[in-house]
Design a protein around this ligand. Structure first.
Ligand code: G3P
Ligand code: CA
Length: 326
């Protein structure tokens, strides 16, 4: 009798134990896309602090190397659509008229003013109703500075908000003689992010690089394969050999809209069958496209299509939406 009871208790403990992939994650996670970038210039420390206060589950960092190998938190390999580099260093552009992060030292990058995203050809602000371009005083920063901000805020607030770094254009870095992945993995390890339990999700559009991170570099981090083009979704089974999730453009999930109702592609269910989480990008309350309002976008993708998370410029709206659904 005693052994049967022990067996039943053991069975209960095993069945209650969350899988390794789900140890720390809410059923649906909110990823602050470039921070609370709907409210403050993207990828500034101010936008990250705001996202933290809004209780996003994860805060995103896009990463590019400086000339002196410091990982900088910035969306592109270029500087001229979010900073005043063209005014401060007018002679430092390349033949294509672009200014590259990789051509500047960390000290030089720190002299630049960061501003709301704009078109470098026309000077026009990308999202006209967001933080006014050219106002305020914002700076670029390193990956280490951002991790210290988030870990510091986690300590002072008692929260455990994660990081969601993206290795940007590894092939470009390689052509420039740099190994972005190696540097990022070292920073992550230095700050305690080594396994799936460490509240870090590493993402990359470059499938070869992400596969290498798992299979050659033996990383045990939670890996998300970003997907840009619809044809890449055919490689789902292969992605599942090294990744824990996918990050598709949200339109790859939508099929048609008839009588104001959306139908869906098989992407989410196919991914779920393979054990992959699905975190689509990008939920923007001021760029709705086929949706009549932001609530419809959240309901359609998060609930009806049953994705596992959302990259959003407006993390507060998604956090509130999900709170109401509990
Ligand atoms: O990384 C996922 C999401 O950020 C979409 O990509 O182009 O904004 O870095 P991107
Ligand atoms: Ca990104």
């Amino acid at each position: 009798m005693k052994s049967i009871s022990l067996f039943l208790i053991g069975l209960l403990l095993v069945s209650c134990k969350p899988s390794k992939k789900e140890i720390y994650m809410n059923p649906k996670i909110v990823i602050a896309h470039r921070g609370a970038s709907g409210y403050l210039p993207e990828h500034t420390l101010e936008a990250k602090a705001m996202a933290h206060a809004m209780n996003a589950d994860f805060i995103e960092q896009d990463l590019v190397l400086s000339k002196d190998d410091i990982p900088i938190v910035i969306h592109d390999i270029y500087l001229d659509d979010v900073t005043d580099v063209a005014t401060k260093f007018s002679t430092r552009k390349r033949e294509d008229n672009r200014f590259y992060v990789i051509d500047f030292t960390f000290d030089e990058l720190k002299t630049l003013q960061v501003t709301e995203r704009f078109n470098p050809k026309t000077g026009e602000q990308f999202y006209p109703n967001r933080f006014p371009k050219g106002k305020g005083s914002f700076k670029l920063h390193s990956f280490q500075e951002e991790i210290e901000l988030i870990q510091g805020l986690n300590l002072s607030t008692g929260k455990n908000i994660g990081i969601y770094p993206e290795i940007k254009e590894p092939a470009f870095h390689q052509k420039e003689g740099k190994n972005l992945t190696k540097i990022v993995l070292k920073v992550l390890a230095d700050y305690g992010y080594k396994t799936k339990k460490d509240k870090c999700i590493l993402q990359c559009f470059d499938a070869k690089e992400l596969e290498k991170i798992r299979k050659e570099l033996k990383s045990d981090l939670f890996l998300v394969q970003l997907i840009e083009f619809p044809e890449e979704t055919k490689q789902l089974a292969h992605f599942a050999t090294y990744a824990d999730g996918i990050g598709p453009w949200y339109r790859q999930i939508l099929s048609e809209k008839t009588d104001n109702k959306f139908t869906f592609t098989s992407l989410v269910s196919d991914a779920h069958k393979l054990g992959l989480k699905v975190h689509p990008y990008t939920f923007r309350a001021d760029a709705l496209n086929e949706f009549s309002n932001f609530n419809e976008m959240m309901q359609t993708l998060l609930i009806d299509a049953n994705v596992d998370g959302a990259f959003s410029d407006f993390p507060d709206l998604v956090v509130n939406f999900l709170k109401d659904k509990k």
